[in-house]
Write a protein that binds this ligand. Sequence first.
Ligand SMILES: [Zn+2]
Length: 233
Amino acid sequence: MPCQIVSKLMRRVALLSVLCLPFAACARPVLYYPTPESVPSTSAKAGNAPPKTPAPRTSTTSTAVPSTKTPLLMIGGSSGTSDMEYLRGRQIIVPVAGASMGKVEDTFDEAREGGRVHRAIDILAPRGTPILSADDGRIIRMTTSGLGGIAMYTEDSEGRIVYYYAHMERFRDDMHPGRALAKGDTIGFVGTTGNAPKDTPHLHFQVMRMPADGRYWAGDPINPYPVLVGSDR
Ligand SMILES: [Zn+2]
């Protein structure tokens, strides 16, 4: 199913299917949540730093099972006011060159096939449009397989937020894990790799809180839509 167009009715499906195992949907780590014991990122910053380089799982297609202890619907509505405020404070930018948030739908809470919830936004753009780093920070990981296709995980300069950019056509040539990024840097180009519909190039953009355990691919998703809309005006 195309990831960008889902009937509003599907939202109801999401409510009923939160326990289903994730499958497909537009790009990867959309349904993984940290365990309730996870320390909020604020305290993660202090003192004993969490492991920054978790043992790599097999690929982006982590098989982590969503925690049923974490009410899914609460996450969608309020993925943490402090997270949202922090993100707002970062003054992140729309990560696709020339894109206007006026044309982007808030699909963060929309259902995806297999009982998944999107937990990301899709920014449609012509194939090859530059993808921009939404924030200052560094590259954590670059992947080329899995549902996200050619995709990149980055973190903000304080290591509190993880950004996930998926379905790229390709990376910019000089990208590599560990590389520092400045807000607005071109990191890649819009495409349809992974499970994106081949006729709908777009950037699947996900924002997550960096978990205290450093499992950057499994952080609690934060909806960037309201933040980006605010920055777009
Ligand atoms: Zn998507």
